[in-house]
Write a protein that binds this ligand. Structure first.
Ligand SMILES: C[S@@+](CC[C@H](N)C(=O)[O-])C[C@H]1O[C@@H](n2cnc3c(N)ncnc32)[C@H](O)[C@@H]1O
Length: 204
């Protein structure tokens, strides 16, 4: 892993993911988590303060990057619930079938290299009747914005730790076998449109 990936990127990601509009998105999604929770790509732990501890049995924080896990340390130490780290990628979730009541996925599906393999793993570990809660940026509905997303994507990916700007989030969820429940969308404020079109809701 390069110095940029291990030391610089975790700070940049933490900064970009803690803007006010993005924190507002976390507030809409994370408090709905219940029971045994699996968070995919826990990053710097920005969701930790948004879990409602009374509703949580434990949280598995899956995060393959040691730099991101290091960045999360202070939030993880302060977590008012049991947090168990899983240092593997989402394509290789080391949990039994149907072992999670809730999966939390925020601003991570953009980055997972094999997003379909990871979503299939999430389906495998989610118990029947459990919920996938998500807030993800992705493909915008406007042709002009889409054009920019496609143009910028190859350069953006290199700078932003593999983040894709143009993934079609509902289509990926559907193709992985999830049934979409509630879904809402908007361009989040104070974010360039090419990176700001956000889908959030739940699926099972
Ligand atoms: C933009 S950050 C978002 C972090 C966090 N989910 C949040 O909401 O702040 C993307 C995260 O996905 C992680 N990631 C990269 N590849 C992954 C993979 N294959 N499986 C799971 N997470 C991955 C990165 O290390 C990074 O922490």
């Amino acid at each position: 892993m390069s110095f940029y990936e291990n030391r610089v990127l975790p700070h940049l990601i933490n900064l970009a993911c803690s803007s006010k509009p993005v924190l507002k998105q976390r507030e809409k999604v994370v408090p709905q988590a219940t029971g045994r929770v699996l968070e995919i790509g826990m990053g710097s732990g920005l969701n930790i303060p948004y879990y409602e501890p009374d509703k949580i049995e434990l949280v598995w924080g899956l995060e393959p990057s040691s730099g991101m896990r290091r960045k999360a340390r202070s939030r993880a130490d302060a977590a008012p619930f049991e947090l168990r780290w899983l240092d593997l990628p989402g394509e290789e979730i080391p949990l039994d079938n149907h072992s999670a009541d809730t999966i939390v996925l925020t601003y991570t599906l953009c980055t997972i290299p094999d997003s379909m393999a990871a979503l299939k793993q999430m389906r495998r570990v989610l118990r029947p009747g459990g919920k996938l809660l998500f807030s993800e940026h992705g493909k915008a509905p406007d042709a002009a914005v889409q054009k920019w997303q496609d143009r910028i994507n190859p350069y953006w990916k290199k700078m932003a730790g593999g983040c894709h700007l143009n993934r079609d989030i509902p289509r990926l969820l559907h193709e992985a076998g999830f049934t979409l429940g509630k879904i809402e969308t908007m361009y989040v404020p104070s974010t360039p449109k090419f990176a700001g079109f956000t889908y959030w809701g739940d699926a099972d």
